[in-house]
Design a protein around this ligand. Structure first.
Ligand code: ADP
Ligand code: MG
Length: 601
């Protein structure tokens, strides 16, 4: 039987599109405050927003007699005709947020516009106003949302942990704080202040309030004026900051883009920023960037999804290339070139220098690589028969997964060339070492505490509130790797010890790499979260591409790879080696067909 749904059921279903979680409530209410021209927006949360979300602003308020209208679905003061959709200047326009949020929570609104003496307080339950009365109020609006989803048990079940919701909300507010540097934001969770900006109007100041002074000092200004009204200018404008290549992160989540003041999550535009760093940043690392993109409003459609985080451009390609060029240009002008590491001498004709250097690195880096030297068979691969050990107590060796090999040399300070019984092998030194470290770590973990190295002095890191939340959520696993880290006041962690594997790394980089992993980045070939973190740590600790290895180091690496359970791939499933068979070589040289000749010499 077909029935028309009762209005409150229909309302709750529709609300689901706008209100998914506490962060979406905060987003809508903050956008309303900004649309109302507020210069101060304060956000209070309890229990990650599920108990309470309160947003107070000093914007223009709502006229007393219009308050009931504000909660009607499709009631908005921001749009009148269909044409207006083509040039939206406000963040809201659908007239849905208050209606939706009030239908799935207990809401109170207190508001007073400039030109009225007294304000009004409205209390709602299930989307209906149950009480409305005059009330004293400062200029502006305060909306309190309590017990979100109390009347939609199905949604309630899916809410994440308090730390997760809190992290999502601080991620959101930090973005808005950066997009609106002239607005003072204050975010508190219970008694804890998570963020406060001073509203000075200076984006660089906000970046240091959000990311810390250290990060801010490594950000370069991007400024490409654009204007629809100035025929001499390109219509697309880009303003903001992007990081020196040396400042980078393990994922894209620190590339923040705003289009006409609206935070968008658009993988194509994000890619434009990443591309601008092409060849300047190692693969798998991403810049930190905060860019405000301005596009003539009629060129962009923000009405793609109710949450309004996606946009469509009339000329996507032009927007993409403008961003990419704007960022690229400042990088080329201002990026500090990374100091060329003096052990990269690939291409140098000075063989004596290379030999000297090799002698040095052999001794200095041996410990760093954690490689047990095994120099009993220099330059020769062990005969297969040598595996049957004479030592009676030695456990029987595992069945070989890869053949025994002899080191021939290193190419490009990146790949180890070896010879095996049936041809040549090219070994990716970084991938191979990751594999070795990974298996060793997992094996050791079964028997003992993770090896850890105390720092001489604890190191303090400033992080985003969302990163702190991410850390807190997985603190146990991070400690399981051998870190000793504690939350230390507002936005700050204190590192006391590092996993032994990372003992030579910069403590902050090491922790950031692991936290970057926590934030995202799936690796399907790894099963548990702990293993994923371990893999990430090994990636951080492994010898790099571009690192000169001594002969002994290469041999030791090979011996250890041979011992691995799964020597063919790194922990992420990338190959560690390429095999070129003897037959293939013969074929390539056309020897297969002139077998007779070769035999006769
Ligand atoms: P929209 O923002 O799409 O117009 P909302 O449901 O979010 O729809 O809000 C409905 C209307 O209520 C807005 O158009 C605005 O007139 C008014 N309003 C909501 N929040 C505020 C606020 N913080 N300050 C002033 N007016 C507000
Ligand atoms: Mg709105």
């Amino acid at each position: 039987m077909i029935r028309v749904l009762p209005p409150d059921v229909a309302a709750k279903i529709a609300a689901g599109e706008v209100v998914e979680r506490p962060a979406s409530v905060v987003k809508e209410l903050v956008e309303n405050a900004l649309d109302a021209g507020a210069s101060t927006v304060s956000i209070e949360l309890e229990e990650g927003g599920r108990r309470l979300i309160r947003i107070s602003d000093n914007g223009h308020g709502i006229a007393t007699d219009e308050v009931p209208l504000a909660f009607e679905r499709h009631a908005t003061s921001k749009l009148q005709t269909l044409d207006d959709l083509d040039h939206i200047h406000s963040l809201g326009f659908r007239g849905e947020a208050l209606a939706s949020i009030s239908s799935v929570s207990q809401m109170t609104l207190v508001t007073r516009p400039d030109d009225e003496q007294a304000g009004v307080r409205a209390t709602l339950e299930n989307g209906e106003i149950i009480q409305i009365e005059p009330a004293a109020s400062p200029r502006g609006t305060m909306i309190t949302v309590e017990n979100l989803f109390y009347n939609v048990p199905a949604r309630l079940k899916f809410l994440k942990k308090t730390t997760t919701e809190r992290g999502a909300i601080s991620a959101l507010i930090t973005r808005y704080a950066m997009a609106y540097p002239g607005v003072r934001f204050q975010l508190t969770h219970g008694k804890q202040e998570l963020l406060r900006t001073n509203g000075s109007g200076n984006l660089h100041t906000v970046i240091s309030e959000v990311y810390g002074v250290e990060v801010a000092s490594q950000m370069i200004e991007v400024s490409l004026e654009g204007g629809a009204l100035r025929p001499d200018l390109h219509p697309v404008g880009v303003y903001g900051y992007t990081s020196q290549p040396a400042l980078n992160r393990a994922n894209r989540s620190h590339i923040t883009l705003f289009v006409n003041g609206r935070w968008v999550q658009d993988s194509s535009l994000t890619h434009a920023v990443v591309q601008a760093y092409h060849t300047m940043m190692v693969g798998g690392r991403y810049p930190v960037a905060i860019l405000m993109i301005t596009v003539p409003p009629e060129q962009v459609d923000v009405n793609v999804h109710p949450a309004k985080t996606q946009v469509r451009f009339r000329q996507q390609g032009a927007v993409f290339s403008t961003i990419q060029r704007a960022v690229r240009r400042v990088l080329i002008d201002q990026a500090e070139l990374p100091t060329v590491r003096d052990d990269i001498i690939w291409g140098s004709p000075d063989w004596q220098a290379r030999r000297d250097r090799l002698a040095q690195v052999t001794s200095s880096r041996m410990n760093q690589m954690g490689i047990d030297l095994d120099l009993d068979d220099p330059g020769q691969y062990r005969k297969q028969t040598a595996e049957q050990s004479d030592e009676p107590n030695e456990p029987p060796r595992r069945k070989r997964k890869i053949p025994v090999m002899r080191v021939v040399g290193q190419v490009g300070d990146s790949y180890v060339i070896t010879e095996g019984p049936s041809g040549i092998y090219l070994i990716d030194q970084n991938a191979a070492h990751q594999r070795v470290l990974f298996e060793r770590f997992l094996a050791e973990r079964q028997h003992e505490e993770p090896a850890s190295q105390e720092l001489m002095e604890p190191v303090v890191v400033e992080l985003l509130a969302e990163q702190i939340a991410a850390f807190e959520e997985q603190a146990e696993e991070v400690v399981g790797l051998g870190f000793s880290v504690e939350v230390f006041g507002h936005n700050t962690l204190r590192i006391r010890a590092l996993p032994a594997l990372l003992a030579d790394s910069d403590p902050v980089d090491a922790l950031m790499a692991i936290l970057g992993q926590i934030e995202g980045e799936a690796s399907p070939s790894i099963e548990t979260r702990q293993e994923r973190l371990a893999a990430r740590m090994c990636r951080e600790a492994a010898v790099r591409i571009g690192q000169t290895l001594s002969f002994a180091e290469m041999q030791a690496l090979l011996r250890q790879l041979e011992e691995c359970e799964a020597p063919q791939t790194d922990p992420y499933g990338h190959p560690t080696m390429i095999h070129i068979s003897a037959e293939q070589l013969a074929r390539e040289f056309g020897r297969a067909s002139r077998l007779d000749e070769s035999q006769t010499g």
